[in-house]
Design a protein around this ligand. Sequence first.
Ligand code: ZN
Length: 254
Amino acid sequence: MASLKVRGLVISAKQHKEQDRLIRILTSDQGVLLACAPGAGKLGSRHALSAQPGTLSDFNLNFSRGFYYLSESELTEPFRGLYEDIERLTCAAHILEIASDLCVSQEISSAVYPYAVCALHALSGSKRKPTLVVSAFEWKMMDLAGYSADLSGCSCGRADADERYAFSMSGCRLYCLRPGCLSSSGDYRVVSRGTVEALRYIQSSENTRLFSFTVNDEILDEMVDLTRRYLCEHLEKKYCKMDLLASSEDFLKI
Ligand SMILES: [Zn+2]
C-alpha cells in the first residue's frame, strides 16, 4: 500500500457513511487530493479538527483501492480568528469555494495554494478588512485563471490624467470616458483612479504582500463590486455566500 505525507488545506468536507468524512485537500505540489477521514464525524475523533474545511494540517495518507485514507493527521494552523467573527468565517467559506472551483489541475492548484493560505491568515488576523482580503483574492484568482485584465489605460492614450475610467467587463480592459472610446467598451463600470491603482497593485503583488495595502471605503466599495462581478461573469457562476452578509446586515437593522 502506497503512502504519502503531505501538508494541505482542507477546502471541502462532506459526510461519508455514518461517521466518516470525505475531504478535499489542496496541496502545494500534489494538486487536490480526495481522502476519506475515518471516524472524523465522531465526537472526540483524532481527525475531527484536521478534517474541518479551512484548516491546514500535515497528513499521512494511505492509498488503497483507488482512494486515499487518512492514517495520521496533525493540525498545524486552525485559523482560530475565523471562528470569532461571522463576517470573517463567511469570507473564508467564499474563498474556499473559489479555490475549490479553480483547482482542477496540479498546475493551477500549486499557484492558488499559497494565496488561499495567505488569505485565510489575513482573514484570521484582525489587521485587514475582510472584504478587502476577499476582493484582492478574487482579482488575483482571475489572473491565475487566465482572465487577467489589461489595466494599462485607454488605447487612445489620452486618459493618463483622468480621475475616472470605464472598466469593460467583456473587453477585460480600461477605456476613458470620452464618447468615442466609450462607444466600443460594451458593458462597463465606472471606476476611480484609486480603484485602478489598487487593482494594479494586486496584479503585481505576490503572497502575503497581496493583502498588505489599505484603501478608503469608497474605493473598497468599487473594488468589491467590480471584482465580484468579474469573477461571476468569467467563471459563469453566481457566488452567493457573501450575499448572506448583506442580508444579515439588513436583518440586524430591523
Ligand atoms: Zn480613450
